[in-house]
Write a protein that binds this ligand. Structure first.
Ligand code: NAP
Length: 265
């Protein structure tokens, strides 16, 4: 959508989203920018791509965009990060906790039950739940100043259906969905809504890193009545819906499942 046709409910607002250099976070950031929303996003290692995205958003969508480095294994970094965002943006309206760890930091967390280790499980919990808590707290302080806002955590259907090796992530996604409900109860009086978007398997780098990626893809294509895997834009639409008060003003404390119909089969 061209910014000139932007619905007024979102134009000129500011989104903060973690992990927008790839996959779902990137699709979310672009979805908001296309609708005239200014975007503050984080990256971890992919600095070059982060700068390219900033440039493209400014040039193509004429929104304000800035990228910041963040390690969600150190959630307290959000405190300083939001101070930097304060210097670059005049308000914060939406916060999306999206970034996820992978590689060495999930060793012992992404494994069959008998190979699970406390360190790997703790890392996944830190990156999923603790990063959501600190990021959402910092965002909520700013949202109170503008009379409200919307917070969304990404989740996944690995807490509803069995996925090999996914116990660590599935448990932490369960935990973050519960944290979302508590946050929604405590922040509602300030006009802040808090929800989660739970995705079925989505074709991203994170999923391609699964050792059984080919089987997962084939199974999803068979299971889904829509006969395809999800893509990042499928989740970005649900996140945008939850952040837009014109569409979801009385929706809080919920998890919206976007799974192509796979979890019922
Ligand atoms: N893919 C799926 O099937 C699926 C399904 C449902 C839900 N989800 C959820 O959707 C979210 C995004 O997943 P995705 O598949 O889009 O992931 P992805 O493609 O692997 O992207 C991960 C993002 O997180 C950043 N990141 C990595 N390590 C980090 C760290 N230590 N600190 C801060 N940021 C870090 C990356 O930044 P750099 O590029 O700079 O390293 C990147 O922007 C996750 O919460 C995931 O659980 C995914």
């Amino acid at each position: 959508m061209n910014a000139a046709h932007t619905p007024q409910s979102m134009q000129g607002k500011t989104l903060v989203v973690s992990g927008a250099t790839r996959g779902i976070g990137k699709a979310i950031a672009y979805r908001f920018a296309q609708n005239g929303v200014n975007v503050a996003f984080t990256y971890h290692k992919n600095e070059e791509e982060a700068h390219r995205i900033v440039q493209e958003m400014q040039d193509r969508y004429k929104v304000r965009a800035h990228a910041y480095r963040l390690d969600i294994l150190e959630p307290e970094q959000y405190v300083e990060l939001f101070k930097q965002i304060d210097a670059d943006f005049d308000r914060i309206d939406c916060f999306v906790s999206n970034a996820i760890i992978y590689g060495r930091s999930v060793v012992g967390g992404f494994a069959p039950f008998m190979r699970l280790k406390p360190k790997g499980l703790n890392n996944i919990y830190t990156a999923t739940v603790l990063a959501f808590v600190v990021g959402a707290q910092e965002a909520a302080k700013r949202m109170k100043m503008v009379g409200g806002g919307a917070i969304v955590s990404l989740s996944s259907t690995g807490n509803l259906v069995y996925m090999p090796n996914y116990a660590g992530h599935g448990n932490s996604k369960n935990a973050v969905e519960t944290m979302v409900k508590y946050a929604a109860m405590d922040l509602g009086e300030f006009g802040i809504r808090v929800n989660a978007v739970s995705g079925g398997p989505i074709d991203t780098d994170a999923l391609k890193a699964f050792p059984d990626y080919a089987q997962v893809k084939q199974k999803v294509e068979e299971q889904s009545p829509l006969k395809r895997m999800g893509n990042p834009a499928d989740l970005a639409g649900a996140v945008y819906f939850l952040c837009d008060p014109a569409q979801s003003a009385w929706l809080t404390g919920q998890t919206i499942v976007v799974d192509g119909g796979t979890t019922f089969k």
